[in-house]
Structure formats: structure tokens, C-alpha cells
Design a protein around this ligand. Structure first.
Ligand code: SAM
Ligand code: SF4
Length: 354
């Protein structure tokens, strides 16, 4: 489903357009004419790393087990999304999705849905070495592994766990299992790993991984984000430009958040996701489901709809689909990080699903 022209003004930074009646539309249409086709599902809020830009050393108060969707509930919601709401892409994330018991079974059940969605996963890569082949056999199409440094001591400092070799082994196993293109997500932070832009890119080019840098966003549980410490997309490109020749990527960007460049004439490339300094909200195609069954229209939403209660009260598929549609109709024009009065969402990234 493509964007719909509702004849409404598109003013960046304005609130959702209240009072505008929703036209009949089967998909996840919002009041600005965008249609979400990409579902991000958090399988768990738990994690085995403690990345400093994500959560505190002691971890967080994890969701109580009874609040987390069961496998059947999760798969039912993904089925409704695919069959009734036009979702074509599903990304499994968390917290750390590899910690979800029964992950391979969930992947198998979701890839059996029709029309078959493309199914990918974002992971820290720990434990992936042993599971990549099984995940590929279950139907997983692609994988993104988060890696902010290739220096072991620094990895231990940034994630508070000495696990770099496990992540590197996981990446290699994903490549060997054909989960390609294997993408690497990296966040650069001032004074911590800002000197690793070029080394990370060299490593990824050598190994055949596709690197994406992501600007650090105000989504950490500790609320420690500080604009001055964020390494901007412009700075990242400047650092890369000192070591490589970057030229614009020939293919159109579409709704993809990453701006891509060919490196040294190609075929290798690099992407930069300028979530803060060059927001891509106007082209956003995403909807989100938390591990406890709440639907959110944006990472930065301050409200969400609890579908778990609907499910457990015996709601029919059509009723669940309608509640999901209504949530997305209220999606804001943009995340408002750059506006006065911006308030960080109550749930951190790890609990929403990054
Ligand atoms: N645990 C998995 C992982 O690390 O890949 C999946 C969840 S994690 C929240 C998803 C992605 O969000 C990771 O690539 C991570 O680097 C990124 N992330 C976490 N906190 C962030 C922040 N404050 N700003 C930007 N990206 C962040
Ligand atoms: Fe865990 Fe991912 Fe957050 Fe790191 S970024 S603490 S791996 S959820």
C-alpha cells in the first residue's frame, strides 16, 4: 500500500490532526496520508548487554512474565497485521530477541503467513554463532547486528560485558548461513568511539557486511542523552570522507531511513541514519508492537494502545485490527526531538523495540 493523498496540509512538527475523519482504508493509514507497511516487534524487553546509551549498569525492571505476549498471542497479532492490515515487512527486535525462548518457532510461524512477509531481526549477536543456521532454516531473511566498536576493551566498556568475540562469531555465522545482506548498526559517541567511523567501515567492507551509522537518540532509560555529545550525520560523513571517497548511491532511497553512499566507487556502501538532524518522519512506514502487546505509531509516541487486554478479553480479529488502525490514524507528523518542549517517551528504546 502506498501513501494516500488526503488533501490535508503536511506541516512538519504539528500534532496529529484531530477531528479529521478517517476514510475507509484497509491499511494502517495516518492523518498525513502515510501508510505503515513495516512492523517492528519487540520479542522481549530483556537484554544480556548493558550498552551505556541504552540502559543502566543494573539493567531495568523487566516486564513480569504474565504481561509478556505468549507465542500464540504474538503470532496472532502478526497474522492480523499481515492478513488484514497490509504489513509486508516484519522486524523482530527487543531488548535482545535471541533471549526469547522459541524464537526459531516464531520465525517459522511468521514466515508461513500469506502473503509471506519479509522477516528480519535486529540483534546484539550474542549466541548468534550457534543459531544463525537454524534461524535461516526457519525462514529468517535478513539480520542486523549492532556493533559500535571493533576494539575488545572498548566493547567491554561500552556494553559493560566482555563479549566482542561472540558478536564477531555471530556476524560470521550469519553471513555463512546466507542471512544476507548482513547489516551492522553502529552508534558513535563523542569521546567514546568517535574515532571508529573509518575502522568500522574498513572492517565491514573487508568482511562483506553493510554498515549503517545511526545518530544517537534520546531514548535511553537513564535520560542521559545530550545533543552536544551526539555525533551528527554530517560529522560521520566528514570522518568517513577523510579515509574513503563517498559518492551518492544510485538507487532511490524510498522510505528507507538510511542515506547511502558508495565507497571508493563501490560495490561496497555505507549508510547513515540521521534520525535527529535529518528526520525521515515524512516518509515513515513503521508501526510498532511492544513485548507486552502495546501498539505504538512511533518510537517517540507518548501514547500507545494495549492490544493484549483486547486479546485476552476475547476480541475478534476485526476488532483488534480496528484498534490498531485507530492508533495509527493518530500518528504525529514527526518525532519533535528538535522542537521546544520535546519530552522523551516514558518507555526506553529497549522496552519499545529498537
Ligand atoms: N538488542 C538488540 C541490538 O542491540 O541490536 C536489539 C534492540 S536495540 C534497542 C536496537 C538498536 O537500537 C541497536 O542497533 C542499538 O544500537 C540501537 N540503539 C539503542 N539505543 C539507542 C539510542 N539511544 N540511540 C540510537 N540507537 C540506539
Ligand atoms: Fe541490549 Fe540492544 Fe540495548 Fe545494547 S542496544 S543494551 S544490546 S537492547
Amino acid at each position: 500500500m502506498t501513501a494516500v493523498d488526503l488533501g490535508l496540509p503536511r506541516v512538519p512538527g504539528t500534532r496529529g490532526q484531530t477531528g479529521v475523519p478517517r476514510p475507509e482504508h484497509p491499511g494502517l493509514l495516518d492523518s498525513f496520508g502515510r501508510v505503515a507497511t513495516d512492523l517492528r516487534v519487540s520479542l522481549t524487553d530483556r537484554c544480556n548487554l548493558r550498552c551505556t546509551y541504552c540502559m543502566p549498569a543494573e539493567g531495568l525492571d523487566w516486564l513480569p512474565g504474565e504481561q509478556v505476549l505468549t507465542d500464540d498471542e504474538l503470532v496472532r497479532l502478526m497474522r492480523i497485521a499481515v492478513e488484514q492490515l497490509g504489513i509486508t515487512d516484519i522486524r523482530l527486535t527487543g531488548g535482545e530477541p535471541l533471549l526469547r525462548a522459541g524464537l526459531e518457532d516464531i520465525v517459522g510461524r511468521v514466515t508461513a503467513l500469506r502473503p509471506r512477509p519479509r522477516v528480519s531481526m535486529t540483534t546484539n549477536g550474542i549466541g548468534l554463532a550457534k543459531r544463525a543456521a537454524g534461524l535461516a532454516a526457519a525462514g529468517l531473511d535478513r539480520i542486523n547486528v549492532s556493533l559500535d566498536t571493533i576494539d575488545r576493551a572498548r566493547f567491554a566498556e561500552l556494553t559493560r560485558r566482555d563479549r566482542l568475540p561472540h558478536v564477531l562469531a555471530g556476524l560470521a555465522a550469519a553471513r555463512d548461513a546466507g542471512l544476507s545482506p548482513v547489516k551492522v548498526n553502529a552508534v558513535l559517541m563523542r569521546g567514546l568511539n568517535e574515532d571508529e567511523a573509518a575502522p568500522l567501515l574498513r572492517f565491514c567492507l573487508d568482511e562483506g557486511y553493510h554498515l549503517r551509522f545511526i545518530e544517537q537518540m534520546p531514548l535511553d532509560a537513564q535520560h542521559g542523552w545530550n545533543r552536544a555529545d551526539m555525533i551528527t550525520a554530517a560529522e560521520i560523513l566528514e570522518k568517513l570522507g577523510a579515509a574513503f571517497t563517498l559518492s551518492p548511491f544510485p538507487a532511490a532511497r524510498g522510505g528507507a531511513p538510511a542515506e547511502r553512499w558508495l565507497v571508493d566507487g563501490g560495490p561496497g556502501d555505507v549508510g547513515v541514519i540521521a534520525s535527529v538532524t535529518r528526520p525521515f518522519c515524512a516518509a515513515c512506514e513503521r508501526t510498532r508492537l511492544t513485548a507486552d502487546g502495546a501498539v505504538r505509531s512511533c518510537l517517540f509516541s507518548n501514547d500507545e494502545t494495549d492490544l493484549r487486554t483486547h486479546l485476552r478479553a476475547g476480541a475478534r480479529d476485526e476488532e483488534v485490527a480496528d484498534a490498531w488502525r485507530a492508533t495509527m490514524w493518530g500518528k504525529l507528523a514527526g518525532h519533535e526531538i528538535n522542537e521546544a518542549g520535546f519530552a522523551q517517551p516514558i518507555r526506553p528504546m529497549s522496552a519499545i523495540g529498537g
